[in-house]
Structures are given as structure tokens and as C-alpha cells.
Design a protein around this ligand. Structure first.
Ligand SMILES: [Fe+2]
Length: 167
């Protein structure tokens, strides 16, 4: 692990990934965070793309590190959706409706000054979506895990802001 990889880890442990029981409504809410337009799947994909097209080593390494954290979030959400009785397809699901995740959801902007701003606004939207879902989900384990994920997203905003100022 190089110094940039270490820099993106908050160093705060994650709570257990479990639920109080099954709840298909909660599962369907979480599918938006999992595989909606602004979602962990989109964050993994767009940060990975940006990592591939970025020449600057520090920016590219930070993007890779953050993409790996977002993949961990995606894993948590997939596990929660399963534990709640849902199906962790890469899709937003509500009742019988299923909208599969689409690669056109993400931006293919290659200018770091532009995509870093997009990333900051995406993280802010992700946080407000998580906060809205925490209010609707009355499951202490799910809420605690979402609160912990928010800490990572807030840290990502700080990292992207620092890169924007530096370059
Ligand atoms: Fe995330």
C-alpha cells in the first residue's frame, strides 16, 4: 500500500453487517444507494474510469483508493439487501419494478478540475440520500452502518476538495 492508498482510509472500524430481520421496503430503499444513478455502483465505476484516464499520480492513486472503499460500501449494501430478504441484483427495485444499473449513469469527463467538482457533488447527494434513508429505516444495525458509510463519504469530499485546491 503506497502513501496515497493509506491516506484515503479513515481508520475507524465498521459495525457488524446485519439486520434486525427481513423488511422488503427497507431493502428496496437501499437498492437506490446500491445501484441507482447516484449509488455505490456508480461511484465504483466512475472513480475507476477516472483512475484509468488520469496521468497525475497522486490524483489517480487517490481515485483508486476511494473506488476500493466504495466497493466495500457496495458489498455492505448487497449484504444488507440480502439479509433484509431482497435480491442484490445490480438494479433499483421496488415491488415488481426493476431498473438495472446502466453505464450511461456516469460521467466520462476526463478533466480533473471538472470531474473532482462532479465527484464532490455526487458524494454530497449520496450523503443526503443516506440521511433520508436513515430516517425511514427503523433497524438499528442498518442505521449504524449507514452512519459509518456517511463518515467515509464525508472524508472523500475532504480528499477531493484538497486535490482541487492543490491542482
Ligand atoms: Fe460510498
Amino acid at each position: 500500500m503506497n502513501e496515497y492508498m493509506k491516506s484515503c482510509d479513515l481508520g475507524i472500524p465498521y459495525p457488524p453487517v446485519k439486520t434486525e430481520g427481513k423488511n422488503l421496503f427497507y431493502a428496496s430503499l437501499l437498492t437506490n444507494d446500491y445501484a441507482g444513478i447516484v449509488s455505490e455502483m456508480s461511484a465504483v465505476s466512475v472513480y475507476t474510469y477516472q483512475h484509468f484516464v488520469t496521468v497525475n499520480r497522486k490524483i489517480a492513486d487517490t481515485l483508486k483508493c476511494i473506488a476500493i472503499v466504495e466497493m466495500r460500501h457496495m458489498e455492505f449494501l448487497g449484504q444488507l439487501i440480502s439479509s433484509l430478504g431482497g435480491n442484490p441484483r445490480i438494479a433499483v427495485q421496488s415491488g415488481c419494478n426493476c431498473s438495472y444499473w446502466n453505464a450511461q449513469y456516469i460521467s466520462y469527463e476526463t478533466n480533473p478540475k471538472c470531474y473532482l467538482k462532479d465527484n464532490i457533488s455526487g458524494e454530497k447527494t449520496a450523503i443526503s440520500n443516506y440521511r433520508a434513508h436513515i430516517k425511514q429505516i427503523n433497524d438499528k444495525y442498518v442505521r449504524t452502518l449507514l452512519e459509518r458509510i456517511i463518515l467515509d463519504e464525508e472524508h472523500h469530499i475532504k480528499l477531493f476538495c484538497a486535490l482541487l485546491e492543490e491542482f
